[in-house]
Design a protein around this ligand. Structure first.
Ligand SMILES: [Zn+2]
Length: 451
């Protein structure tokens, strides 16, 4: 049943144009995905909701849109060249490769490996069944490329594996141009790339993805308090996006599993159909990044506190959420089925601010007298709401189609409308219907959408 929901969402996403496998006509491009006409709207709404909450509604956070390509020294300073690795296990029999922690009992194996007590001699290859797994080797997850026409070590560039580094590298520029005082944050949404050994679970783990990250710079002594605050702030945001509190939990990282830069770290996990998994991380990164960039660039990135008359390197609390993972979690939380007279009604119970279309305009039929009025109604509401128009098939089928993609409201134009200049608003969740005058339609829709 659980797997079933996963398949249903993947199939709905494909069938209705939310998410397609990238390069599908060539057989796909290995766990990369394209967001189709509805998916791009949904994901954009998720990103807009994050940006509004994290930047526009706060007086202590500003935004940034940094370049993907950065100076290669950035990734040496950040520790990624040295440490951004996964243990890779290869089967000496079938040559298949696995991430150590993706093997059966992988978390135990990974813990044993970190404790330098790993013994794979009794572990069978999940592919061929032979007990011929070689000891893990470190595999760097960064994509390497070359800048300019010559492919030599002097021209190496990396596709960024996280957006955070441009925030650290631009810290001084941003602090000076905005004249922000601590504590303050810098937020960014952008693409990141990781050469995952075993991507999978639909858009959960892919090699190209989008992050929504915020680095909050504080005095060292304040950092633990802000770490706790941001945990709750971020959890509350997900609840506002329609994810039930009971489908999320924190998972604190053990001392030996934290990323190389973190002094404390927790995941916000979501009950995905394939199990509890991380979709946001909150990390106390200490002064690691700014200190390392000071060392590697030779530029002093200390902050001067003119009240205390002190110079120090700020500490950082990071919140980092995958836009794709958040979108997936929102889809999973919104997916619902209920029995009806035609069998099953599939409803995406998306919050209105996230729904790809807020309103669908539907003439009762394709009748030549109805269509012009329906189109006129659509042209009235189109500037106010992302909306769509559908005149094909029976009206019941069209309601179902809108339910399935999460459209909160349908506006139906019928023959009576021609005389009384009124239309019907039908709600997705309750399926209740009311009549309103076309002249009052936009305010009526706005009220129902809470927009
Ligand atoms: Zn094998």
């Amino acid at each position: 049943m659980k797997q079933d929901v996963s398949e249903k969402i993947t199939s709905l996403a494909k069938r209705r144009g939310f998410v397609f496998p990238s390069s599908e006509i060539y057989g796909g491009a290995g766990a990369t995905w394209d967001f189709g006409p509805l998916g791009v709207e949904l994901k954009r709404n998720v990103k807009d909701a994050w940006w509004r909450t994290m930047v526009q509604l706060r007086d202590d956070v500003v935004g940034l849109d940094g370049a993907i390509l950065m100076h290669p020294r950035v990734w040496e300073a950040s520790g990624h060249v040295e440490n951004f690795t996964d243990p890779l296990v290869e089967c000496r029999n079938c040559r298949k490769r696995f991430r150590l922690d993706d093997l059966p009992k992988g978390e135990e194996l990974a813990a044993a490996w970190r404790a330098k007590k790993l013994d794979l001699s009794g572990v069978s290859c999940p592919n061929c069944g032979e007990r011929k797994l070689a000891d893990p080797r470190q595999f760097n997850l960064m994509f390497k490329t070359f800048v300019g026409p010559v492919e030599d070590t002097a021209s190496i560039a990396w596709l960024r594996p996280e957006t955070a580094q441009s925030i650290f590298v631009d810290f001084e520029n941003i602090q000076q141009t905005t004249r922000k005082k601590l504590p303050f944050g810098i937020a960014q949404i952008g693409k990141a790339f990781r050469n995952e050994i075993t991507p999978g679970n639909f858009i959960f783990r892919s090699r190209e993805f989008e992050q929504m990250e915020m680095q909050y710079f504080t005095r060292p002594s304040d950092a633990p308090r802000f770490y706790d605050e941001w945990k709750e702030t971020r959890l509350a945001w997900h609840v506002e996006q329609g994810i039930p509190r009971e489908k999320m939990r924190f998972r604190d990282h053990a001392d030996d599993e934290r990323a190389h830069y973190a002094a404390a770290a927790t995941d916000i996990q979501f009950a995905f159909p394939f199990g509890w998994n991380e979709f946001e991380g909150i990390h106390y990164r200490t002064d690691y990044d700014l200190r390392r960039h000071s060392e590697f660039s030779g530029k002093n990135l200390e902050y001067f506190d003119d009240v205390a008359n002190e110079r120090f390197i700020p500490h950082v609390v990071e919140t980092s959420v995958g836009a794709d993972r958040a979108t997936y979690a929102i889809l999973c939380a919104a997916y619902d089925e209920e029995p009806d007279k035609e069998g099953t009604r599939v409803v995406l119970r998306l919050r209105p601010h996230l729904a790809p279309y807020k309103v669908a305009v539907l003439p009762l039929s394709k009748n030549e007298r109805l269509v012009p009025l329906a189109r006129e109604v659509w042209s009235k509401i189109r500037p106010a709401f992302m909306s769509t128009y559908d005149e094909t098939q029976a009206i019941g089928r069209r309601y179902r189609r809108q339910d399935e993609i999460g459209t909160p409201l349908c506006v139906t134009v019928d023959f009576v409308s021609l005389d009384d200049q009124q239309v019907t608003i039908r709600e997705r969740d309750s399926m209740s219907q009311i009549r309103v005058a076309i002249a009052d339609l936009v305010p009526a829709l706005r009220e129902k959408l809470g927009a």
